[in-house]
Design a protein around this ligand. Structure first.
Ligand code: UDP
Length: 358
């Protein structure tokens, strides 16, 4: 069975690492990796391939720094050429980026089967580019690998019972990653305070809206007067903060460059609280028993909120400051559930692809 994996952004490298590891254990799979080039910096791309033993991409399309239309269009064109050359049984795509959508459309037009990992997630906010990408990708996929029952329910509500696609809950590949890499966490060059909040911000709805960005960063500045905040800074956020005249020099927030996954796991294990607008980090907070304050108005990971592990505060200054103050007192999460499976999603994906291929 030949699989072409299309990836291009940081969270996709982490997810693909899990599945590639399962593929490498099987002699029935030949995997060809296509890197679209969406993320390209050493610390946004190369470090993950090195640390997580992801096979070197056979193709790097080097497409980045463009608007949504040009980026997706160029990817579509170039992926089609690759697929005609490789003629795989499956194209495997992850999550909700432009690389996901381009891979799915290129394959489906060539009548190559598409498998979508992290299918069925919905924020119900069509202003998010990710929501558009995931809805369209789901619709053309032949196999929908859902991480939760909620994701399956979302698809059924959209009429997927009448669509010719296989829908399975295999758990979340990020749970596999957290379990596998937990013991491999490394401090690297990090110099962290003894007690700190781990924070990331990069969603377009926050970075591209100066008012939201300012409100969030003002709240973080306020909190950092009394509690350390470690913030690995996404390149887009750095650019947008500079554009609104943010003073990095006078801020007490501990900005660091984006880190590799193994350092991120170290930061997660040792922090007191997570604040983020990332999808992946909301779940990782839960995996490592930390409470998460989500800097968004809605989340795809509703089970975290419903079970009391996550609160949505949006970009409101007072809500952010007050929520942090009250959550810092509660300590680590006490949990006994497995919202995202038991850490064998990678093996299940392999098993199902082989089954559906025959
Ligand atoms: N991450 C990382 N280094 C960083 C920031 C994030 O390795 O400096 C990891 C994080 O632990 C998670 C993934 O990147 O596994 C999340 O990616 P991101 O927040 O960029 O995307 P999203 O999950 O929102 O799609």
């Amino acid at each position: 069975m030949k699989v072409v994996t299309v990836i291009g952004a940081r969270p996709q490298f982490i997810k693909a690492a899990v599945v590639s590891r399962a593929f490498q254990k099987s002699d029935e799979v030949e995997e060809v990796i296509v890197h679209t080039g969406q993320h390209f910096d050493t610390n946004m791309s190369d470090v993950f391939f090195e640390e997580m033993s992801i096979p070197k991409p056979k193709y790097n399309l080097n497409i980045n720094g463009l608007g949504h239309g040009a980026m997706t269009g160029q990817m579509l064109e170039k992926i089609e050429v690759v697929l005609l050359e490789e003629n795989p049984d499956w194209v495997l795509v992850y999550g909700d980026t432009n690389s996901t959508l381009a891979g799915a459309i290129a394959a489906t037009k060539l009548h190559i089967k598409v498998a979508h990992v992290e299918a069925g997630l919905r924020s119900f906010n069509m202003k998010m580019p990710e929501e558009v990408n995931r809805i369209l990708t789901d619709r053309v996929s032949n196999v929908l690998f859902c991480p939760t029952d909620q994701a399956i329910e979302n698809l059924l509500k959209e009429g997927y019972a009448n669509i010719d696609a296989d829908i399975v809950n295999i758990g979340d590949v990020m749970q596999d990653a957290a379990i596998f890499y937990s013991s491999k966490a490394k401090i690297g060059n990090l110099e962290t305070p003894s007690d700190y909040i781990l924070c990331t911000i990069h969603r377009a709805e926050n970075t591209d809206d100066p008012q939201r960005l300012k409100s969030i960063i003002d709240a973080l500045n306020k909190i950092s007067q009394t509690m350390d905040i470690v913030l690995p800074l996404h390149p887009r956020t750095r650019m947008k903060l500079s554009a609104i005249g943010f003073s990095f020099e006078t801020s007490k927030i501990k900005f660091i460059e984006p880190v590799g996954y193994l350092e991120m796991v170290h930061l997660l294990k040792n922090c007191s609280l997570v604040m983020t607008d990332s999808g992946g980090l909301q779940k990782e907070a839960y995996f490592f028993s930390k409470y998460c304050i989500t800097l968004r108005d809605e989340t795809e990971w509703v089970e975290l909120v419903n079970n009391g592990y996550n609160s949505l505060v949006g970009s409101d200054y007072n809500k952010i400051v007050n929520e942090v103050e009250s959550r810092l007192k509660s300590g680590d999460l006490e949990k006994s559930d497995y919202l995202y499976g038991r850490g064998n999603a990678g093996e299940k994906i392999l098993e199902k692809l082989l089954e559906f291929n025959s």
